[in-house]
Design a protein around this ligand. Structure first.
Ligand code: PLP
Length: 370
């Protein structure tokens, strides 16, 4: 049976209907006026909306490649969001007879796609007692010469954990010994709360495939711009898949993306993200402290989300729907990650909005008698 993407469907059904959408994991979106001056806006309005390049505008491929060590435009495929990057990566690399090691919880798109392909899935879970880091001994025991691909999400959705350089070196070594590919979804790279940018896995391992995009750290989800970074022959294979799926990404979005990925704007946007998230995390922590004993929490190191365990006697999906229908607040239930008794709160929105939404969550908690 076709495995549906529960979290995406849940969000698209409800996120535009509620008063407080705390289900988003990115940073509050920016507008065109925040980046472009009047003349540039006029140039955008005058643009002819042609097809453009199906592999991606060469100027954008070049700008994106600068964010990765020793990569050139040949190593980049522009996609419609990192969702399409993940999709072309998985459908290019994975066959039904393959074995894939997945680090969970993650965004849950790759697990669904791999399950739908029919490949063998071997899961390893991030451990809360390891501050949501990978258990490398367990990883070492699971990866074998039969492993085609190890898939990670770093920084992690939903935990916000960030792998250290030495952890990435260790994982690269495990993969190298078994000749496995590593796929690293890095869409939250650049929104570290301490402003120290996570290194791309591409720094550590030659058989790495990166998916990334502008939706989270770069605060432009509606542009639907993402990319894959990989060896040029793999890029060529994935491009062939893209010819069948979406052909190309919007020329208008790519034009805006070129501006975003220029050195000065990139730095500006990423530090906006870090500053916002750092102060929102304090706000969130203060709110959690008011509910002493009810939640367990390892603060995120990156990304606009907080993943908390709870002690209430109610299923996470049931609770998310209760909150949605009674308080018009949307959060993500742990069930979507296969982890009931956890909840994911988006903390990347504007501070007032976040604080008003959380206050309604408090009302709902009280109504349950906690
Ligand atoms: C880890 C991760 N990858 C990919 C995506 C898809 O994002 P987009 O296609 O907007 O880049 C998301 C969205 O939440 C995500 O969290």
């Amino acid at each position: 049976m076709f495995k549906k993407f529960e979290m995406e469907r849940f969000q698209s059904l409800y996120e535009n209907e509620v008063k407080y959408n705390l289900s988003d994991s990115g940073n509050h979106p920016m507008s065109i006026n925040q980046l472009f001056n009047e003349e540039e806006v006029k140039a955008l309005l005058d643009m002819e909306i042609f097809y453009g390049y199906s592999k991606g505008d060469p100027r954008l491929c070049e700008a994106v490649s600068m964010w990765y060590p020793e990569k050139t435009s040949d190593n980049i495929l522009i996609t419609n969001g990192s969702a399409e990057a993940n999709f072309v990566m998985a459908t290019t690399l994975i066959q039904p007879e393959d074995e894939v090691v997945l680090v969970l919880p993650n965004y849950m798109q790759i697990p669904g796609i791999v399950e739908n392909i029919g490949a063998k899935i071997i899961n390893t879970y991030l451990k809360e007692e390891l501050d949501w880091h990978i258990d490398m001994d367990e990883m070492r025991s699971l990866v074998t010469p039969k492993t085609k691909l190890i898939s990670i999400c770093n920084p992690s959705n939903p935990t916000g954990a960030v792998m250290s350089d030495s952890e990435m070196e260790e994982l690269a070594e495990i993969a190298r010994q078994n000749n496995a590919f590593v796929h690293s979804d890095e869409v939250y790279r650049g929104s570290e709360l301490n402003n120290i940018e996570t290194k791309s896995f591409a720094n550590f391992y030659e058989k790495t495939i990166i998916s990334c995009g502008l939706s989270k750290s770069f605060a432009h989800p509606g542009l639907r711009i993402g990319w894959v970074v990989a060896d040029s022959s793999l890029i060529a294979d994935m491009w062939s898949r893209k010819d069948y799926s979406s052909i190309t990404s919007s020329v208008l979005s790519q034009e805006i993306a070129i501006k975003i990925m220029s050195e000065t704007n990139k730095e500006k946007i990423l530090s906006r993200s870090s500053v916002m998230l750092e102060s929102n995390l304090q706000l969130f922590q203060t709110w959690l402290d008011k509910h002493d004993g009810l939640f367990s929490f390892v603060p995120p190191k990156a990304g606009g989300m907080a993943f908390v365990g709870y002690q209430m006697d109610i299923n996470s999906t049931e609770y998310a729907h209760k909150l949605r229908t009674e308080q018009s607040v949307l959060i993500v239930p742990g069930d979507h990650y296969g982890m009931d008794s956890y909840l994911r709160f988006g903390i990347g929105s504007e501070a007032n909005y976040l604080s008003e939404g959380l206050s309604l969550v408090s009302d709902s908690i009280q109504s349950l008698g906690y």
